[in-house]
Design a protein around this ligand. Structure first.
Ligand SMILES: NC(=O)CC[C@H](N)C(=O)O
Length: 232
């Protein structure tokens, strides 16, 4: 890494609650974490963006639906369209879907319950900078904590997403088998994470930001945060 610590903006909305861990995770992975309030019309000179989890606007309407119309999201869109890296975690992923920066939509979990537990994830691609610290086929374990993680796309859209290889992560067994028994929320094709066609925007339901410190647990989240820092 160069002498300069890349500046990563951590966007905060009313109701964000994973922002503190996200800020710390960025610093632990070598970035300079810059909090950005949702009313900001610009990104304060950052070169990467992290949209953390939580309950922006209380999940009213649909999770992420109101946050997607915040002033800061206009700046995030410009940054993404210019090729800048963006990582959306959980509510951040929901916001990116609602903003149309990633394809598909979230439905309530199949069980209609909030689910908080560890899951296994199979890495489906490693050919883009935000996934470059993982390898295809690798299985990682991370926690999920959501009630709207049942990812959905229409049949045609789903085929196009698979054909373009946009699926980044799928829920799986500890051995990497993708089956319905290991799909916690009913997401179509067990989708847990997606990229845009250009690969510079990544959304994921599991939480890497609370798995970066080896004193807490095996740091399976580190490659995601470190890749964002390096890509920025
Ligand atoms: N931890 C999160 O970011 C998830 C909260 C999310 N709004 C939900 O679906 O419940």
């Amino acid at each position: 890494m160069s002498w300069r610590r890349p500046k990563i903006g951590v966007v905060r909305f009313p109701g964000s609650n994973r922002d503190a861990d996200a800020l710390r995770a960025v610093e632990l992975c070598g970035g300079e974490a810059v909090p950005i309030w949702h009313e900001s019309e610009d990104l304060l000179g950052v070169t990467g963006v992290l949209i953390p989890g939580g309950f922006s606007y209380g999940d009213y309407l649909r999770a992420g639906a109101m946050a997607a119309h915040s002033p800061v999201m206009r700046a995030v869109r410009r940054h993404a369209e210019a090729g800048g890296p963006v990582l959306g975690i959980c509510n951040g992923f929901q916001i990116l879907l609602e903003a149309g920066l990633l394809p598909g939509a979230m439905l309530p979990n199949r069980s209609l319950r909030f689910i908080h537990r560890e899951v296994y994830l199979r890495v489906e691609r490693d050919d883009t900078p935000l996934l470059a610290k993982l390898r295809r086929g690798q299985v990682v374990r991370l926690p999920i904590a959501h009630k709207e993680g049942n990812w959905f796309a229409s049949g045609e859209e789903l085929s196009a997403i698979e054909a373009k290889g946009l699926v980044a992560l799928r829920y799986c067994s500890p051995n990497g088998e993708v089956d319905e028994a290991h799909n916690p929320n009913g997401a179509l094709h067990a989708v847990a994470g997606l990229t845009n066609p250009e690969g510079n925007v990544l959304g994921m339901m599991p939480h890497p930001e609370c798995r970066v410190d080896p004193l807490v647990a095996e740091p399976f989240g580190r490659p995601f945060i470190a890749a964002l820092v390096e890509a920025s």
